[in-house]
Design a protein around this ligand. Sequence first.
Ligand SMILES: Nc1ncnc2c1ncn2[C@@H]1O[C@H](COP(=O)(O)OP(=O)(O)O)[C@@H](O)[C@H]1O
Ligand SMILES: [Mg+2]
Length: 322
Amino acid sequence: MRVALLAGGRSSEHEVSLSSAAAVREGLEQGGHDVVTIEIGREDGRWSCEGEAVTLDPGAAPLDAEIVFPVLHGPFGEDGTVQGLLETLDVPYVGAGVLASALCMDKAVFKDLMASRGLPQVEYAAVREGVNADELIERIGLPLFVKPARLGSSVGISKVGIASELQPALALSFSHDPVAIVERMATGIEVECSVIGNREPLASKPGEIVAHADWYDYEAKYTPGGMELVVPARIPEAVRVRVRELAVTAFRLAGCSGLARADFFVDGDDVLLNELNTMPGFTQTSVYGKLWDHSGIAYPELCDRLVRIAIERFERGRAYRY
Ligand SMILES: Nc1ncnc2c1ncn2[C@@H]1O[C@H](COP(=O)(O)OP(=O)(O)O)[C@@H](O)[C@H]1O
Ligand SMILES: [Mg+2]
């Protein structure tokens, strides 16, 4: 098939997206697909393809591709905005639709939705500027984490060990987003599970993140050797089953399609859902693909499946009249 990749984008995860897109391109080409890459400028948001400006005309190259794979992470890519644009252009695309993308990007909305269905999560509060810091500490307890509601790759996140660190942590978070999530620190280990599919999603073997840092910050995520992925996660089999079940439940509840990586905190038998990433890091060595590799789906096949799943969803959507 002719596939157009969207790469780069206007978020702080621009560079990560470029790496993911280069890998997806290789994977799809290995599977016999014909791939063009459309790069979206970090600062100006301009779309270009091999140096030429791209017009948003779905009838003209490169957007006349059979399918678009938005390999974009973070705001303006993973948050429903690009998905909405592609919907209006009537172009099929890989991954979650508008609503699921937006709500998985917004940690406050996501957590409230999951809580409403009783999914286990850490104690949290969504706060805005002017929040009473003392009350917050009383309610959540120390240590705690502060994070911008809509970002990724650990950007803008702080661990707060003592009360005096809270204000600077909030200020940093508010410089990225008007809403901050304040969370009790989870104990135990971090476990991630890849999900693929539409209505009958499949969950991979869970993997365990061993960050060579106090927590899984930007550096640990993207410095070579900053983290290690252990597959399967060193947790009892029954807990692995629970992780996979929760991953699929969360995927369905959020209304995801195509793919997502579900992230958890696991301590003993306790499993807490942390987040769903609708366009997780996607290089050959990223967790999403590695977990599938360990679960019997090699990278080129994974890319191919995602494209086929997306077409299937698009065709099904066509059956509805608006
Ligand atoms: N409540 C928490 N308890 C312990 N660690 C946390 C908590 N929240 C975040 N972290 C640490 O911060 C990292 C990034 O947080 P996360 O919520 O996953 O944001 P992002 O969307 O940036 O990945 C986590 O992988 C974990 O290491
Ligand atoms: Mg995360």
